[in-house]
Design a protein around this ligand. Sequence first.
Ligand SMILES: [Zn+2]
Length: 1119
Amino acid sequence: MSVNQQAHTGPPYGRPQPGYQGYQQPAYGGQPLPGVPQLQYGAYNGPMPGYQQPAPPQGYFPSLGFPSKGSPVSLNSDTSSLAPNFIGSLRAPSTSGAPPPASGASLPSGHLTYSPFGQGDVQNGIPASAAAVQRPPASQPYLPGSAPMPVSQTPTFQQYGPPPASVQQLSNHMAGMTIGSVAASAPPPAGLGYGPPTSVPPVSGSFSTTGSGLYTPYTASQGPPPTSVSQSLPLAQPPFPGAPRPPTMPGPPLPGQTVAGPPTTQPNHVSSPPPPSAMSGPQPGPPMSGLHGPPPPTHPPQPGYQMQQNGSFGQVRGPQANYGGTYPGTPNYGSQPGPPPPPKRLDPDSIPSPIQVIEDDRSNCGSEPFVTGVRGQVPPLVTTDFLVKDQGNASPRYIRCTSYNIPCTSDMAKQSQVPLAAVIKPLATLRPEETLPYLVDHGESGPVRCNRCKAYMCPFMQFIEGGRRFQCCFCSCVTEVPPHYFQHLDHTGKRVDFYDRPELSLGSYEFLATVDYCKNNKFPSPPAFIFMIDVSYNAVKSGLVRLICEELKSLLDYLPREGNMEESAIRVGFVTYNKVLHFYNVKSSLAQPQMMVVSDVADMFVPLLDGFLVNVNESRTVIASLLDQIPEMFADTRETETVFAPVIQAGLEALKAAECAGKLFIFHTSLPIAEAPGKLKNRDDKKLINTDKEKTLFQPQTSFYNNLAKDCVAQGCCVDLFLFPNQYLDVATLGVVTYQTGGSIYKYAYFQLETDQDRFLNDLRRDVQKEVGFDAVMRVRTSTGIRATDFFGAFYMSNTTDVEMAGLDCDKTITVEFKHDDKLSEDSGALLQCALLYTSCAGQRRLRIHNLSLNCCTQLADLYRNCETDTLINYLAKYAYRGVLSSPVKTVRDALVNQCAQILACYRKNCASPSSAGQLILPECMKLLPVYLNCVLKSDVLQPGLEVTTDDRAYIRQLVTSMDVAETNVFFYPRLLPLTKADVDSDSLPAAIRNSEERLSKGDIYLLENGLNIFVWVGVNVQQGLIQNLFGVSSFSQISNGLSTLPVLENPFSKKVRSIIDMLQMQRSRYMKLIIVKQEDKLEMLFKHFLVEDKSLSGGASYVDFLCHMHKEIRQLLS
Ligand SMILES: [Zn+2]
């Protein structure tokens, strides 16, 4: 089934369909149906009072004085730190986000008649009639009684605000700074030729250069002739295309498995102890002198935007501790004979600070709601807490773009090298005060669509001929308005029912899908969850099996429910396995569960249909009995070997037999070496790192799992994988099915009940409860001129346009890249429409539509002024992480550096005022590009630390590929909070500081989080009182090493710290591992790995050094 399927032909003529009820408001002439509560979908109300909707491209003007029914939304002006997508209590009865609606409404008869359940479901499944009785009435909550939202946002572009410190410059002395790193870290592209230092380009009125440094800049008098930016490295040829999945990597078969290194209980592990150079930061040097005035602009000044601002980049400092060496592969660097001049470095305070940018955005944007009525409006940063009001474009929680003003032509796009990409999270969780997408029911005729490109009705379609036809905003084709959908236009050309219909006035909404959008032209059955538990020796011995069974007893009461349903429609089933599989009959009529063993794993089948998938409430006692018995049954097992592929096959077959989609929750402990399809070998080999064969470590060792994944996607069988390895288990291969079915992987290396059970149980609870759609297909349509060409994320594609996901949950993100295939125009801008067809947790087939309008430009400056670096980094990281599947890691790193240098060089050449080549000039919106890019380059996938395991790298690679912008932001640049500066009397967080060791004080306690881990770092000189309050011991030395929890103590500081940690845990999609680190303790190395502005032990450059390196790269391109 494809999203673009031709809509069902509607009835010949008719009034609005009976199913369309909730949007009719008497004031607009709607006729409420008798007996149908008005709030069925939540009243949809027009624009907010006083909000002046700006002109969309094609002339839709909401009348300014329109009588508003202002959607009651309480305005939260807290700008502190609550990130978007705050999730509620994990154990709340329902996490669907929708409060109980006022009432249900019966559907048009026959509309939701579920297809008969498959064999075996008749007795245990939910009766079809019960499932069809009520359509969950709301996909969004209605919040009555709160105050109307005050409106103060004016429809202007944010970017034209008061002049920020728009440009960052670094004086030419930068070029003389030390650049380099020990191991391979983003060397300049080969062939560019770095000449020996001969001269420093003159700079008028420049800083005095206080030290010639090891490396001098490339100048025009040496090296290769100048090349134009657009010629040197065409974007059209990505350095690591595609993501092929080559066949088995042979490798020597190993008997059994070997333990790979010391116990590593979390990814990104760095274990080799450092030279004890802690706190020996660089010494400040003499201050810079001699600022020079701004050069004359070449462009006409743009209102409110200051193209360039000269700033002092302050002091030169001594070399960074532990720093030395050169970039490998660039022999010209640092190879001059003679004693090297004393290297100097920039004052870190003088270079662009992520913390400052985040704080500035919070104070500028955090207090006002972000109203989406304006085309091409750049949203606040993901680190800013803001409220979104949908006025015709999708919320940035659903879609973020690398740029909101895109070049009109392909040439211009190539010249800039700025990737045009959108990061889409179709089922994103909104803030409680925000409105979930309304559900629109057009009855049997289904949604109205363009005849040619099949785009769905949206606010940008233009009605013509008195409303009888509409012109498509994507392809310009003119389509007849179906008679039942006809409506008159007002004097501005706008339909008079504009505000009654979400699909005409909102950026995001849902359509109830007709049977034409369903597989085999049958409405789907509700999905099923199958829990599949490894009961081999390790799983039993660690207490894991008992833990899972205990948890499931209560967790099954919290399966996702839809709307006002009293119980979940999801059926459940249970399998245990080691070398063989055990199926369980938990039919409600049984006194005790029955086990059926399948030992022939070569050709998996499901030995029972009736009684395997059951309703939790009906079979409650049998299920409880089973969950009690499982740990006992396998308590004395000696079986150490496991199978894996047959487990997935079993779940798949069970879903096939039940004719439904669903999710498998697999709890697995070891490399599947037992004789069975999909059997694996231990092929881990760290000697491959930094060789051309390194990519094989990321590739699956057999194509078996790719084929299995394809079958799973076809059935809507999503696989979530919980891994508990004590050694290598080949995440790269085991994760293939999970990855391609839209599932999630969780990994708990060296799982120990005491330290890891909270994390695992929280992850499991959230994973089971979270909103998820099944059997999903996503397509992104665009205006003529650009098209979606590339996709990144956890999904499967069988053609070039449709992104298929067996399951798609509220955390999963798809990054889509666009390329020009024609010209765009500044007048019409560019439009994106993301359509997601999916089956809800109650078995309802729906279409979720997100629309976004962007500006188009003919001036590069407009592009650079409307970029979003966080989104750019999300794209670049995913691009690079896919690249490692097919290219040497060094090639991937070089390509990243190269592309970013070109982006910045293009800005410098075309947008910045002329100035000395010795100045580094960064566009305001991209001034953090170097620091964030460096974090990507230093990440464990692209530059592994010595003790990072192959499985860690494969795991991180897959995680990042599905991350949204907020997640990649904090993953690559962790949040570092001085806990001792926290105000115990307020709810706010202490102000974050930059991720560098020299920012830490020995007398303070800090928290660092990156979305996977939380570190609490304790300085050696922390006051005893604070230590007593937080740890309950009297001195620093009494704090236990390796602590993973904080004691619950009744004092303000302890409460404050624990509440901060709880709050951060709630904000993230995974429960973070807490690690207490004492200064100068062994574990501190692990912590320091995340101080990403510093040089890393694995050879990653410090921020300062990398900035210098980028500057050189840019100069190279410009000369
Ligand atoms: Zn069209």
